[in-house]
Design a protein around this ligand. Sequence first.
Ligand code: PHE
Length: 452
Amino acid sequence: MERSQWGTRAGFILAAVGSAIGLGNIWRFPYVAYDNGGGAFIVPYLIALFTAGIPILIMEFTMGHKYRGSAPLTFSRIHKKSEAVGWFQVFVSFGISTYYAVIIGWALAYSFYAFNLSWGDDTGGFLMGEYLKAGDVGAVGSFVPSVLIPLLVVWAVVLAFLFKGVKKGIEVANRIFIPTLVVLFLIIVIRAVTLPGAGDGLDALFTPDWSQLGNAKVWTAAYTQIFFSLSICFAIMITYSSYLPKKSDITNNAFITGLGNSGFELLAGIGVFSAIGFIAYATESAVGNYAADGVGLAFAVFPQIINEMPFLNGVFGFLFFASLVLAGITSLISICETFIAAFQEKFNITRGKAVAVGGGLSALISLIYATEGGVHFLTAVDRYVLTVGVGLGGLIQVLVLAWALRKVKDFKEHADGLSQIKLGSWWTICLTVITPVLLGYMIVQQLIDDFT
Ligand code: PHE
């Protein structure tokens, strides 16, 4: 069977950017930057982007383009024995998909709550009551209806696009959602920076604490953020680039994707911290009291910000949560495509069957998080994915490709043959030395932290 292809170059770039821009950009980056040196974080962040992020992105685009398969197939075409590396990444992506969907489901519910501020004054209490109603740790309990329906809607939309295929489904979704997201988000950021107190928030985010640059934790945070945010080492970019037409400028595409994602991330930092500056101002308290990330930021602090805003606050709230939904859905589509493509090729089944079985299974598992005790699983899986999935997945990939199979030179010739931008020794050194050493160090450090 003829392999599916993207309709246009822009379609591929939008899909890659759509995968990269996700919840990680909006609710993770701003806090990570704030917590790890503020303005000074830019230094390790940019170093991580140019020594690991973009180089690995170029490598993954090259692999997909050259070997034209889902991650396991691509790895097995490079070397029979490395197929397992692809499956490991697919497995991690599957794990992410099961809880990522639930968070998008919450955001969908909240985008409707925003109109009449249904969360009331005690936003934290509302969140605990409606969503985090955890009984005994690990107890599953009954379903929380307010999450269940939006979760099913998210799955219906995601699986429908996946079912339609690469060009008519994934590409179309990204062509609609990503430009819409950018417009919505610009409106949010403009509104946020014009709120009173915004300047204090931005000061808190950007004031550099240079002493932090000597801290290993800050560097680990920068690399983790780049890997997660760029969706690299999760089988995603390999899968997406396997649908590229023969003549594609891989290197250029990788730069556009990497810089586009970081640009959005910076914008999110500005928007989120302006809004945090405002709530601190409105409640006459310190910015630090509201700085948070993840579930707490999006579903407890933001509703509070929306409550306090002067006019059209319901609309602002809707736009904020709708942005989370759009950013999340395009990432979820990409995560699911990794295992759908892998199942399709491994078991030689149609896309429809792979979507039904793979997507259906993930959707089914995601229901666990929509129960009263579900949030405990969510936090545990998220932490595991971030430490083991990101660090180990990345380390195995570079060690196998750069050292065990010595593929870097091959890949470089392939990418250079397609682009005006030639990959210098910068690329080789990053992949063979800098990234493996840093990732290895990161994992050891993490283990030491966990066990001491
Ligand atoms: N890159 C996406 C984000 O920033 C999420 C993601 C991570 C997607 C890992 C796939 C794999 O939220």
